[in-house]
Design a protein around this ligand. Structure first.
Ligand SMILES: [Zn+2]
Length: 190
């Protein structure tokens, strides 16, 4: 039953939404693609439908995910990119094959040449490369939540976004601040 699995956090940027399938890396980590089936489901949401996924392919996906996370974190903090992460991203980008397709409505879609996980991962790796290389309009930043610290791509006009996800990390922070204020207020009322 899908209800047994953690929900997906769906963002607008493919590569950082993918790294968001593991959340709370510095707290109680939540694995949002715990099974090959869930990876298939996640890929389908992003227009990367694959026929099947083995446990080994899920491992490959997670290795790419953590490599993107490491490289994006380094880019956000202006540190040197970890060579092993760069290697994995480049290997995944080179191994799969996908073609950009223009729909009659003027939208871009991906056509995976063999509908394999490797093809889908090559699209995600290429997306990560364009983000980390600074080719896209936006800025890599780290989530302000201390239990999260996810690298996200800030496309806000002012580039001052603080949380990877407003509905989760942003809300939690707001609630924590609210509760702290409540406690302060009730103390000063004593
Ligand atoms: Zn966050």
């Amino acid at each position: 039953m899908p209800a047994d699995f953690p929900d997906f956090r769906l963002g607008n940027v493919l590569a950082t939404s993918f790294t968001g399938t593991l959340s709370e890396r510095h707290g109680n980590a939540v694995e949002r693609v715990p099974t090959p089936r869930r990876l298939i489901d996640w890929l389908a949401v992003y227009g990367l439908a694959v026929d099947s996924c083995t446990a080994a392919q899920l491992d490959l996906a997670r290795e790419l995910r953590e490599s993107i996370h490491a490289a994006a974190t380094a880019a956000a903090t202006r540190d040197a990119l970890p060579p092993s992460a760069v290697q994995v991203i480049n290997d995944r980008s080179a191994q799969g094959r996908a073609a950009a397709i223009l729909t009659p409505e003027g939208k871009r879609q991906w056509r995976l040449s063999s509908a394999s996980v490797e093809d889908a991962l090559s699209v995600i790796a290429a997306d990560a490369i364009s983000v980390i290389a600074g080719e896209r309009d936006g800025k890599l930043a780290l989530c302000a939540s201390p239990t999260c610290r996810a690298a996200f791509f800030d496309t806000s006009q002012s580039r001052t976004r603080r949380w990877c996800d407003m509905n989760t990390c942003g809300n939690r922070q707001k609630k924590a601040r609210f509760n702290a204020n409540q406690r302060k207020n009730s103390r000063s009322a004593d």
